[in-house]
Design a binder for this molecule. Structure first.
Ligand code: FMN
Ligand SMILES: CCCCCCC(=O)C(=O)O
Length: 374
């Protein structure tokens, strides 16, 4: 399947232009929340810079007339080797929030990961995604009954996997948000999965008397479990038959433990530079993790993926697929149409890049096309 259609470009077109557009449309608090990283933003910057430390080495005179961007992930075929990363609180970007992002993803057969702090309940997102793969991202609440309830709800409405984010015992030290005094839940965003949860309501709001504003501190208090350990994953394994992915791995020895604990896939990630500043870029962590995992489970990566050639580099370094965060969130500033513009451009860019690197299918990408800059 060759999907390339070079349309005349309307603006915004590039990642940078979308970011600029979002800056003009969002409140300062919301824009800074999306754009910024933690601390001095060293990791946020490294996530991008690392891509130029690798050069692609195209093959010439190969037949690339018929190209195929599709790939398989967790036994499902997907349109291209990228997924939409879990991003919470999307109504701070556009009133349609996750409805718009999921609708766009579903129409393009691109997998979508619903955040625990989605502004739209996980059941509604699942309905929008229909048959397109969709995963539920779990921030493991500090209450196992609520955790189990969220996982069971996801399982019962047809989610394909659970993504446990493991780099967030606490929210990172995000200086812009602290300076702005901004917490997105205070706009009413990000509570949908809690207010719709029967177990949460029974335990924390049994008389249904609390206003949303009174629920914020309650949700905030139980949202993140700081004493989560590897052993607890064995418990989660027993609660669900769905595949479990761990998101936020940066060390090869942690990747080895994930395999040992029966995890089905890992996502190499530093949370888009939003958690611990000073950690390594995700792309630089990837090769050692791929080597350690040695093909036993899929390895995904996110952080700084902006263009088709970034995706090709990540796959050449051993990733099975990548996740996009900020690119589609900036598109969301223009609602569903904006997300679709961003995704279609990326598909065309990826298709073009694949042709010029001289490789007709995603499956055929290997490390022969990449080398460290000399
Ligand atoms: C505004 C925003 C909200 C996010 N919310 C979540 C979330 O709810 N759960 C999660 O696991 N990761 C969350 N992330 C991290 C993303 O899933 C992803 O790891 C990161 O955005 C990838 O980097 P990129 O933005 O450079 O593509 C969020 C990221 C952003 C920018
Ligand atoms: C205590 C709120 C946790 C939600 C964090 C959402 C997220 O992952 C991000 O902003 O990054």
């Amino acid at each position: 399947m060759t999907i390339l259609k070079l349309e005349p470009s309307s603006e915004p077109f590039t990642y940078e232009q979308w970011e600029e557009l979002a800056k003009t449309k969002l409140t300062k608090g919301a824009f800074d929340y999306v754009q910024s990283g933690s601390g001095a933003e060293e990791t946020l910057i490294k996530n991008r810079e690392v891509f130029s430390q690798w050069d692609l080495l195209p093959y010439v005179l190969t037949n690339v007339e018929e190209r195929d961007l599709s790939t398989n992930l967790l036994n499902r075929k997907i349109a291209a080797p990228f997924l939409l990363a879990p991003v919470g609180f999307q109504t701070v970007v556009h009133p349609d929030g996750e409805r718009a992002s999921a609708s766009s993803a579903s129409k393009l057969n691109i997998p979508y990961i619903t955040s625990t702090v989605s502004s739209v309940a996980l059941e509604e997102v699942s309905k929008i995604m229909q048959d397109t793969p969709h995963y539920f991202q779990l921030y493991w609440p500090n209450d196992d009954d609520v955790a189990t309830s969220l996982v069971k709800r996801a399982e019962s409405v047809g989610y394909d996997a659970i993504v446990v984010t493991v780099d967030t015992p606490l929210l990172g030290w995000r200086e812009k948000d602290l300076h702005n005094g901004y917490f997105p839940m205070e706009t009413g965003a990000g509570m949908a999965n809690f207010v719709s949860d029967p177990v949460f309501q029974a335990k924390y709001n049994s008389d249904d008397l609390l206003e949303d504003s009174e629920l914020i501190p309650v949700i905030r208090n139980i949202l993140l479990k700081q004493n989560l350990t590897w052993e607890k994953l064995a418990w989660l394994r027993e609660q669900t038959s769905l595949p479990i992915l761990l998101k936020g791995i940066l060390r090869a020895d942690d990747a080895a433990k994930a395999v040992q604990f029966g995890i089905d896939a890992i996502i190499v990630s530093n949370h888009g530079g939003r958690q611990l500043d000073g950690v390594r870029s995700s792309l630089s962590a990837l090769p050692a993790i791929v080597e350690e995992v040695n093909g036993e489970i899929p390895v995904l990566v996110d952080g700084g993926i902006r263009r088709g050639s970034d995706i090709i580099k990540a796959i050449a370094l051993g990733a099975d697929a990548v996740l996009l965060g900020r690119p589609y969130v900036y598109g969301l500033a223009n609602g569903e149409a904006g997300v679709t513009d961003v995704l279609k451009n990326l598909l065309s860019d990826l298709d073009t890049s694949l042709a010029i690197v001289g490789i007709p299918t995603i499956q055929m990408i290997d490390q022969s096309i990449i080398e460290e800059k000399r």
